[in-house]
Design a protein around this ligand. Sequence first.
Ligand SMILES: C[S@@+](CC[C@H](N)C(=O)[O-])C[C@H]1O[C@@H](n2cnc3c(N)ncnc32)[C@H](O)[C@@H]1O
Length: 301
Amino acid sequence: MDMRRDPAPFSAIERQPSRAEAIAQVAAYLSDSGVEAAQAQDDARALLRAAAGLSRLELAMSPQAPITDDEADRLSRLAARRAAREPVSRILGERGFWTLDLVVSPQVLDPRPDTETLVETVLALLDKRDAPLSILDLGAGSGAIACALLSELPAAHAVAVDLSPYACAATAENLARCGFTDRAVVVRGRWAESLAGPFDVIVSNPPYVRAGDIPTLDPEVRLYDPALALDGGRDGLDCYREIVADVARLLKSDGLVAFEVGSDQAVSVASLLGAKGFAIARVGRDAGGHERVVAARPAQP
Ligand SMILES: C[S@@+](CC[C@H](N)C(=O)[O-])C[C@H]1O[C@@H](n2cnc3c(N)ncnc32)[C@H](O)[C@@H]1O
């Protein structure tokens, strides 16, 4: 049985606390609601900045300034949503990814810092960043990976595919926000079934959670990320099996494929790639030290 207390309505903000005091009060409230303590601090700071319309610098310069009653009201409402385990990025509608500020829309996966490992790995394996590379992003979601790669590869163009119409709309919005509309197309479809290649780079962060594990995920994921973005089937590998076949058909003979994988899936995904004639180029680790990315190239005959 879940022994966590239901979050109490947030009324702990005293009259006219300073910004620093309000952050401490909200952090304590969030922590009491089940948010991990260090995360609760970061979240409280982000919510205070949103409620008071402050930049990072403004908050750092004047932490002792009092908050107004209106700011306290707004902060209370935002804190109550976070206490119900809605992620801050969804409350604010924005998420920093790579060097970009992306829109996070409901019904689309909130892009994660782990996915930056995929971007880093691809960039590290490319010989030239100014080449006119063709990139295919399968399961684009918010468009985070495509946008990040286009931001680093000035002559590249991308095709971003997703089955979800919400994801296609979010990808299109983020491409436009980043100024990449003229270097990308968004295609609604089932992986690459409607596409003809070849591509220089194919990337994917497909759904990879074992179906049976979904009920055990944190509420931030289970309640707010769409099932279509999470469910990788019984062993978590269904989507890789489907995509590897597309990759074998669409990747150039000197091309590069890179997958994000679950923390215990690198060996299995590497062996799926090996069985289709690919040689592993690199396994990338995330900030927590987990094997998070498998990159491969067609094995030379
Ligand atoms: C884990 S999310 C990744 C989103 C984004 N690339 C990221 O890294 O933040 C997986 C994405 O794959 C999409 N997807 C699931 N099944 C698909 C399919 N059969 N064809 C195309 N896209 C699919 C989902 O809609 C979701 O946007």
